[in-house]
Design a protein around this ligand. Structure first.
Ligand SMILES: [Zn+2]
Length: 78
């Protein structure tokens, strides 16, 4: 899919002055966004990632498996 950046860049190809100016101020958009966000190793959710202690789970998977991997709740005992 063509991004807005590529679209504008292609329309400015015939206008060298505007093209160079556009590239000067939008250079960072050319770089590929290969840095993938941390995702849960269990369900691939990218939000609410828990990476502490090398867990790499999301909050929901952590809730489900926390007791199996040795965490326990403090405070109110159910
Ligand atoms: Zn998960």
């Amino acid at each position: 899919m063509e991004t807005a950046f590529e679209k504008i860049a292609s329309t400015l190809k015939g206008k060298p002055a505007k093209y160079s100016r556009f590239m000067r101020f939008n250079k960072h958009k050319m770089q590929p966004n290969d840095k993938r966000r941390n995702v849960c190793t269990r369900c691939n959710r990218a939000e609410a990632h828990i990476s502490i202690h090398g867990l790499n789970y999301c909050r929901e998977c952590f809730r489900e498996i926390a007791e199996d991997i040795g965490f326990r709740k403090y405070g109110k005992e159910a």
